[in-house]
Write a protein that binds this ligand. Structure first.
Ligand code: SAM
Ligand code: SF4
Length: 332
């Protein structure tokens, strides 16, 4: 079936859905949620697997070809593999991706490979067990590390996500970069954003994407800028002689909005057409009111034609103005 091209009001194609299957998590990364956790949604407030499948099928018919399942930690949702199996078989969905902290993921790696999962993003802010414990407030580093090895052994393309945090993991930047020497993996450094469930943030972000790149360049003067894939949010780099590559994501500086092709559905079934908006359409309510696919499609199209031009406009348009929700509900 020829794929429909779905465009927003700024002429940007929309082809990528990031869907948070839960807001629950088995870690408490301090940049994502407070130590005591967030107030989790009652289970009935989460989209059911049937609702997710229906929604993905509808969005695929409208032009979405790439789906990322995220959360919270996707694998704390019972029977997640059942959903992955279903989504990989939806007509029009070409790539299914996953973002995970790796703790409950290891046992599923062979099936993920068999299902043809496109890439996995694995959150690993540090290679040091003690710092991992300090950042995530749980002593689970060994499981994440073992899962990384399993992905590599099974030939699943893996990207390590590391949020760069002033005073917390700066000493990890170069060891993480050095992983790309022997392994064909991508290590991506992400600017810290204020989505920590508390709304607190630095008056000025210390570790901007530019500073991260300069820090790496000082240790590796041969660092080369390489081409960025279309719609990528990362600036890509390569060190000659290394097998893998490096990405730096200006998540707070928001330099990539001009080519943004993504929409998000939060754990509570709300559509976000920008990471920085506070939700533009409650899809779950519409579905549960008995709306048919044609009607639902009209609501979705209307939302896609009112996208803010960038994350700054989206933040300005928020009802509360302050970005304070946890990334765990949004889906990263
Ligand atoms: N639990 C899974 C994990 O950690 O990979 C998936 C969900 S997590 C919310 C998705 C991504 O968002 C992770 O890579 C995490 O590092 C990133 N993230 C969470 N809070 C963030 C923040 N305040 N700033 C930047 N990235 C953040
Ligand atoms: Fe959990 Fe991922 Fe948030 Fe860490 S970043 S608390 S692993 S949802």
């Amino acid at each position: 079936m020829a794929q429909t091209r779905l465009l927003d009001n700024h002429g940007r194609p929309i082809s990528y859905l990031r869907l948070a299957v839960t807001d629950r998590c088995n870690l408490r990364c301090f940049y994502c949620m407070p130590e005591e956790g967030i107030r989790y949604l009652p289970k009935k407030e989460l989209l059911t697997f049937e609702e997710i499948e229906r929604l993905v099928r509808l969005l695929a018919s409208m032009g979405i070809s790439k789906v990322r399942l995220t959360g919270g930690e996707p694998f704390v949702r019972t029977d997640l593999m059942q959903l992955i199996r279903a989504i990989t078989h939806i007509e029009g969905i070409q790539d299914v991706h996953l973002t995970t902290n790796g703790i409950l993921t290891g046992q599923h790696v062979p099936e993920l490979k068999a299902l043809g999962i496109a890439t996995v993003n694995l959150s690993m802010d540090t290679l040091d067990r003690e710092r991992f414990k300090m950042i995530t407030r749980r002593d689970e580093f060994e499981k994440t590390k073992a899962t990384l090895q399993l992905f590599i052994d099974h030939g699943i393309p893996v990207k390590i996500n590391s949020v760069v945090m002033d005073g917390k993991n700066i000493e990890d930047i170069l060891p993480l970069v050095s992983l790309t020497k022997e392994q064909d993996i991508s290590v991506r450094f992400i600017e810290e954003m204020p989505f920590n469930g508390e709304g607190s943030h630095y008056p000025v972000l210390q570790w901007t994407y530019k500073r991260i790149v300069e820090h790496i360049r000082q240790a590796y003067p041969s660092l080369q800028k390489i081409a960025d894939p279309t719609h990528s949010t990362a600036y890509h780099y390569h060190i000659p002689g290394h097998k893998g590559n490096i990405g730096v994501i200006a998540a707070f500086s928001r330099t990539f909005c001009g080519s943004c092709n993504r929409i998000r559905i939060t754990a509570q079934g709300v559509l976000k057409t920008c990471l920085y908006d506070d939700g533009v359409l409650n899809i779950k309510e519409l579905m549960r009111s008995g709306m048919n696919d044609q009607e639902l499609k009209q609501y979705l199209l209307k939302a896609f034609l009112h996208r803010p031009k960038d994350g700054f406009e989206a933040e300005h348009n928020r009802k509360t103005h302050v970005v304070s929700e946890s990334m765990s509900t949004i889906g990263g």
